[in-house]
Design a protein around this ligand. Structure first.
Ligand SMILES: [Zn+2]
Ligand SMILES: [Zn+2]
Length: 159
């Protein structure tokens, strides 16, 4: 790796994120609500590309619900990634079924679902065994359609 590339890589951490890929599908039939650090959490289910809120004609309430949830999820997610004294606490919050972050997430999902069917990507630590039951309704999870490992078709959750 050349010196120039190396500098670019670490400087990128202090630069605005500009490398997100936008959905190029002719139509967006279904959405995926997933926290992706600095990128938009509203993704096309088919290609996982970013979907502009204007293209979906999202209302103020829909944008508010998604943005509020995304900030809270992001705060906890960063504390978990930090792997220090907040890690266990943050993971507990992210996994808690009726905890604040997931209540907000499911509300945001409900709002988006008024425009397109939407699946909410539930937090999962890849070091842990996959859940068998849905974290929201406790029903059995089914095989995944496209993203994650399993999903609940009743709650529209991907794990
Ligand atoms: Zn797409
Ligand atoms: Zn469920």
């Amino acid at each position: 790796m050349g010196t120039a590339t190396k500098f670019m890589d670490y400087y990128a951490r202090l630069r605005p994120c500009t490398d997100d890929h936008q959905c190029g599908c002719a139509a967006v039939d279904k959405l995926l609500l997933v926290h992706i650090m600095t990128a938009s959490p509203v993704r096309c289910f088919a290609c996982k590309g970013y979907v502009d809120p204007e293209r979906l004609e999202l209302t103020l309430q829909q944008v508010d619900a998604v943005a509020s949830w995304d900030r809270v999820f992001g705060a906890l997610y960063r504390l978990w990634l930090d792997s220090a004294e907040y890690e266990v606490w943050a993971k507990h919050q992210l996994l808690q079924s009726k905890g604040r972050v997931n209540v907000l997430g499911m509300e945001a999902r409900d709002w988006l679902a008024q425009s397109r069917p939407t699946l909410y990507w539930w937090f999962h630590d890849t070091d842990d065994a996959l859940p068998v039951a849905c974290p929201w309704c406790a029903g059995l999870l089914s095989a995944t359609e496209r993203h994650g490992s399993r999903q609940c078709n009743t709650c529209s959750i991907v794990v």
